[in-house]
Design a protein around this ligand. Structure first.
Ligand code: CP
Length: 305
């Protein structure tokens, strides 16, 4: 049976392996060990939205593992001229070994997966960003060594990255606090699923509008853009609503001294985070980005057989 990664929950039974094996693959790569596990394998990559990290990390991961990746933009493929998602899925299933799909709408990722006989990986949609979250927890494990008892504070929009991060925290048993302005909380489904996972570990999973409560004594302070791709019309309204949720030196003074600052990037410096925090000694944002490369390798190895 094929394995799709559409949600973090698709990794619920072996999320720890994704993290630990991702770290091992990074170490092996740095030691110059060759891994040709994607020999003669091809990844099709459909990007409806812009990407730097996801595109480059998946393409490079395939190259380093001896395989090949094809970048497909709907602007240049027939899907952009009306060919259905389902037909695209059936055609690509006969040619490539897996599909990475960055889509505006979650339902299209699901439709692609349902009509493919090969694995489909969600490269970010309006609900989740599962591949980012593997790299994030690899980074936390490398820096902190463990998850139990750690407090992760996410401050900002209850968006796709926040949804996936909450689920990931629930799976590893880290305490997770999310602080958003009123009306920008994650959806009920993600809160419910994350709380249910947290209960199994007896860890905290809290949603609040009070960023001070979230950041106080945090080990990890995480934020993301306030205006996601596709929300450009809401820019002015959101920037006003999120103004006091900026990660700045005053905000992080509430966290533990050895806190780490994380951001999935791209960052809008001066909005959700100041330069002084993004470039501080506590910031791990570029390690986090580098870890995307090794996270993608373990994801590819888990789904392409
Ligand atoms: N974090 C992330 O997904 O980056 P890109 O949008 O550049 O792929």
């Amino acid at each position: 049976m094929k394995r799709d990664i559409i949600s973090v929950l698709d990794m619920k039974n072996d999320f720890g392996e994704f993290i630990d094996d991702g770290i091992k693959l990074k170490r092996n790569f740095k030691q110059g060990r060759k891994d040709s596990s994607m020999d003669r394998k091809t990844l099709g990559m459909i990007f409806e939205k812009a990407s730097t990290r996801t595109r480059v990390s998946f393409e490079t991961a395939m190259t380093q593992l001896g395989g090949h990746a094809i970048y497909l933009s709907p602007r240049d493929m027939q899907m952009g001229r009306g060919e259905t998602v389902a037909d695209t899925a059936r055609v690509l299933s006969g040619m490539v070994d897996a599909i990475l799909y960055r889509a505006f709408e979650h339902k299209n990722v699901v439709e692609l997966a349902e009509n493919s006989s090969i694995p489909v990986i969600n490269g970010l949609d309006d609900l989740e960003h599962p591949t980012q979250i593997v790299a994030d927890f690899m980074t936390i494990k490398e820096r902190k060594g463990h998850f139990s008892g750690l407090k992760i504070a996410y401050v900002g929009d209850g968006n796709n990255t926040a949804n996936s991060l909450m689920l990931g925290a629930g799976l590893v048993g880290a305490d997770f606090w999310i602080a958003t302005p009123e009306g920008y909380e994650p959806s009920e489904r993600f809160i419910r699923d994350s709380k249910s996972l947290a209960r199994k570990h007896k860890s905290e999973m809290e949603v609040t509008n009070d960023y001070r409560e979230a950041v106080r004594n945090a080990d990890v302070v995480y934020t993301d853009v306030w205006v996601s791709m596709g929300e450009e019309k809401e820019k002015e309204k959101k920037e006003k609503a999120f103004k006091s949720y900026q990660i700045n030196e005053k905000m992080v003074s509430l966290a533990k001294k050895d806190y780490i600052f994380m951001h999935c990037l791209p960052a809008h410096r001066g909005l959700e985070v100041t330069n002084r925090v993004a470039d501080s000694k506590n910031s791990v944002i570029f390690e986090e980005a580098e870890n995307r490369l090794h996270a993608e390798k373990i994801i590819l190895k888990k789904v392409i057989r």
